[in-house]
Design a binder for this molecule. Structure first.
Ligand SMILES: Cc1ncc(COP(=O)(O)O)c(C=O)c1O
Ligand SMILES: [Zn+2]
Length: 428
């Protein structure tokens, strides 16, 4: 046994043996106090956020490689039962790691990869976290899957619940992109639009989670399990690089959960001996119109002061990020940085990624590529190092962001002469 975290805390009555695989307990990220595995998300001692701890057995590359082509190949490293792949889920993950040679040349970097999570079942990385949260909900006997969401999470929850045959309730700010509203409602979820921003929606969801028994708000009361799903981004990147770690990774940040769990995922691979130990610098990306963690980083603070979001990158518009202090810790500890770009730069970089690599990203991807370019220009990212940036969502969900910037070159009648007239002047 490779005991990575070796304190066993017995689970509460009613949780079946093996319900959480190799996970053994929850641990407070603030004070280190341990809690049993269960429907808990805040520390009994200090109210700090909990995360999952494990006692990992030996896990081999071969064992993982022979698993399903989804996040479930990493089941031994997640808080899910060993037979998780037999349950009905959307089976997310195993998305492309694109060798972005054109973009690398455009940016002047030696080696650049795009981890393209728009290829997930509902076209964002949120399918990963929801799949793990759904498993926890099932094991804990919670039978309504719910969430407050900036859009993508609502899509993922609604789809996962439909496939699992359970009820879902998703709550979103009413000003969300139409594509994201429809791409939730189509699954026959109970979609509730709230007149307020995400932070208002989140506050209401927390109140409901405290009152309604049997509800799993994936990113509230089962958040410790949910968050573990993002580790699979790190696992896949390493496996797809041939069981190697990259030098630097750029990650979009809203609540900050994804960024902190990518770091945790790399650390676990090292502890388990699945990759050679080496430092990975983690960089965060926010839109200027919602950049509370950037502001704290630049002021040298450890805590994040909430802001009121105003950006086209609505998926990242969380003004009061739950994982803010942990993002600051990760970027400082790994030698990374968190930076922002304005909305005009976001749009330019959506187009830049599309034209260079044939990948149409949502606004979050424009933020991440924009920040990648900025960090290169400012000397924080090393152009000679191997870099990965995360494209976490699909441009078809945020069409309005680019609608006024791209379109037909002309409209002509269906006649050959009309075409040749156009072509002559167009290519002149
Ligand atoms: C497309 C996309 N990327 C990134 C994020 C940020 O995730 P996190 O809240 O884990 O920082 C979100 C969150 O909603 C998202 O929808
Ligand atoms: Zn605590």
């Amino acid at each position: 046994m490779t005991a990575v975290l070796d304190t066993q805390v017995p689970p509460p009555a009613g949780v079946r043996d093996g319900a959480f695989g190799n996970a053994t307990h929850l641990v407070c990220r603030a004070c280190g106090e341990k809690s049993p595995l269960g429907p808990f998300y805040a520390c009994m001692e200090c109210f700090g956020p909990l995360e999952v701890g494990y006692d990992f057995p030996r896990v081999t590359r071969e064992q993982i490689e022979s698993g399903p082509k989804s996040i479930w190949r990493y089941a031994p490293l997640l808080p899910v039962p060993a037979d998780i792949a037999t349950f009905r889920s959307t089976d997310p993950g195993f998305t492309r790691l694109v060798d972005a040679g054109n973009l690398a040349a455009d940016l002047g970097v030696r080696k650049l990869w795009v981890k393209d999570d728009s290829g997930n079942p509902t076209h964002s990385f949120k399918d990963r976290v929801v799949a793990v949260a759904l498993s926890a909900a099932r094991e804990l006997g919670l039978n309504v899957l719910a969430c407050p969401s900036t859009g993508n999470l609502a899509n993922a929850v609604a789809a996962a619940a439909a496939r699992a045959g359970i009820r879902s309730v998703v709550m979103v700010p009413s000003n969300l992109e139409q594509q994201k509203i429809i791409a939730s409602a189509v699954y026959d979820t109970t979609l509730i639009a709230i007149d307020g921003n995400y932070d208002d929606v989140n506050k209401l969801a927390s109140e409901i989670a405290g009152e309604e028994e049997g509800w799993a708000f994936v990113n509230v009361n089962v958040r410790p399990y949910y968050a573990e799903g993002s580790k699979t981004l790190a696992f896949e990147i390493a496996e797809q690089l041939g069981w190697r770690l990259p030098d630097q990774v750029v990650v979009p940040v809203a609540s900050g959960s994804q960024l902190t769990k990518i770091d945790k995922g790399f650390s676990e691979l090292i502890k388990l001996g699945l990759v050679e130990d080496k430092p990975v610098k983690i960089f965060g990306a926010q839109a200027t119109g919602c950049s509370p963690i950037v502001q704290a980083y630049e002021a040298g603070h450890d805590v994040v002061a909430p802001v009121r979001p105003n950006t086209i990158a609505k998926s990242l518009a969380i003004g009061n990020p739950a994982d803010g202090p942990y993002v600051l810790d990760v970027v400082r500890r790994t030698g990374g940085r968190i930076a922002d770009v304005d909305d005009e730069t976001v749009v330019r970089n959506i187009v830049r990624l599309a034209r260079n690599e044939g990948i149409f990203a949502e606004t979050a991807g424009g933020v991440t590529l924009g920040v990648t370019a900025r960090l290169l220009a400012e000397g924080d990212l090393d152009p000679d190092a191997e870099t990965v940036f995360i494209n976490s969502g699909d441009g078809l969900k945020t069409l309005d962001a680019v609608a006024s910037h791209v379109g037909p070159k002309t409209t002509i009648p269906p006649r050959y002469e009309a075409f040749t007239d156009f072509w002559r002047s167009y290519t002149a």
